[in-house]
Design a protein. Structure first.
Length: 159
């Protein structure tokens, strides 16, 4: 079974959403056979990745960073998306952190990067805004020798 993981920004500019969706569809469409997708289901890239993975018949593995993870969702729509996607997951992995902290996010991100055959990064190429951010997880995956597919459009900046 091929395993694909995700790391990415929570905020994706509207003008980039179509490009990101197309890129994710291309990643999943290029694989034959059974797929397992790893995501923490954070708002933005993680949820979009999970939805596309499920559309392509992948088994979804949800990696939950902390016991109070749901409380970290600032937007009701993102929380609803998290709950819907989590309900559709084939399996769930929980990190051993009681609270949502940068360390918990880093642990979840490195677990995903270490568990997959390929990491997809919805990433603007800039340094992480905090410990456990996209750039840090990309660097970790590359240090492990994992192939990383970056999906972003040059010249577009995050909000």
């Amino acid at each position: 079974m091929k395993r694909i993981g995700v790391t990415g920004h929570r905020s994706i500019p509207d003008r980039l959403l179509g490009h990101v969706e197309s890129g994710l569809r291309a990643v999943f469409g290029s694989h034959e056979g059974p797929l397992e997708a790893f995501s923490s289901l954070a708002a933005g890239a993680d949820q979009l990745f999970a939805a596309v993975a499920l559309e392509h018949g992948a088994d979804l593995t949800v990696v939950i960073p902390s016991g109070d993870y749901e409380e970290s969702f600032e937007d009701a729509g993102a929380l609803a998306g998290y709950r819907q996607l989590r309900h559709r997951a084939a399996q769930e992995v929980r990190m051993d952190f009681p609270h949502s902290t940068d360390e918990a996010y880093y642990a979840a991100g490195t677990f995903i990067a270490g568990s997959c055959d390929r990491l997809v990064a919805v990433w603007d190429g800039l340094p992480a805004r905090g410990h456990g951010g996209t750039a840090e997880i990309v660097a970790y995956a590359r240090a492990l020798g994992k192939p990383v597919t970056v999906i972003w459009r040059e010249g577009v900046t995050r909000d």
